[in-house]
Ligand binder design. Structure first.
Ligand code: DX5
Ligand code: ZN
Length: 214
């Protein structure tokens, strides 16, 4: 069964605990935590100190999506704050050597590692890392903002990642513009984890929204 990871980017931060409790009660599997630095993407969200607070009040698996220019510089802070999975963008990395070092570093700290690709980045860019990854995050919108429309090209990438998986163990996660309809397309293509921000948090009935994604 597909996992649902509501993105707290669309939560009400003044009532964060209430929002986290509600999605946990309604069957969310993970919390997707979008970190934006105003440099890698044209928006600023939240950092590791709020993550540490989230960790204190929720038992859900913490899926941290780093949309930042220098993931290595801050990775220790996110590890300390309680991330379970740390996903960084391949577009933020300057070399294969640094990418491999970062994957290894996160694994040495007993955390899961993911790499994300923006809509214009082909799967071939990350092919050489696939055997070492716990997750690949396919962006179905340009990273930076919630509430955008799903871009169909994500479907072909999900299928490609599924075909390539063979002996590797990575999960395929998709992020951006997910609702009941686009979520179904992704599931049928082979996605294992659906991130949904506005569709879950803006729903009148969050239970129904999460159920419809599963
Ligand atoms: C976008 C973020 C997403 C965002 C998704 O840069 O990575 O996780 O919160 O929001 P929706 O589901 O509203 O498109
Ligand atoms: Zn995200």
């Amino acid at each position: 069964m597909v996992k649902v990871a509501p993105s707290v980017l669309s939560a009400n931060f003044a009532e964060l605990k209430k929002d986290l409790d509600s999605i946990q009660k309604y069957g969310a599997d993970w919390i997707h935590y979008d970190v934006m630095d105003g440099h890698f993407v044209p928006n600023i969200s939240f950092g590791y100190s709020i993550l540490a607070d989230v960790k204190k009040v929720s038992d859900l698996y913490l899926d941290v999506h780093l949309m930042i220019s220098d993931p290595k510089k801050y990775v220790d802070e996110f590890i300390k704050a309680g991330a379970d999975l740390i996903t960084f963008h391949i577009e933020a990395m300057e070399s294969e050597e640094k990418t491999r070092e970062l994957i290894e570093y996160i694994h040495q700290h007993n955390k899961h590692v993911g790499i994300s690709i923006k809509p214009a980045t082909p799967v071939s860019t990350i092919e050489k890392y696939l055997n070492d990854l716990d997750l690949v995050l396919v962006m179905s919108v340009e990273p930076g903002f919630g509430g955008q429309s799903f871009q169909d090209m994500a479907i072909a990438k999900i299928k490609e990642l599924k075909d390539k998986r063979q002996d590797a163990h990575y999960l395929i996660e998709v992020d951006g513009g997910i609702n009941d309809q686009t979520g179904k397309l992704c599931k049928d293509a082979g996605a294992d984890v659906l991130v949904a921000g506005s569709y879950v948090f803006n729903a009148d009935n969050r239970q129904a929204a999460i159920d419809s994604l599963k």
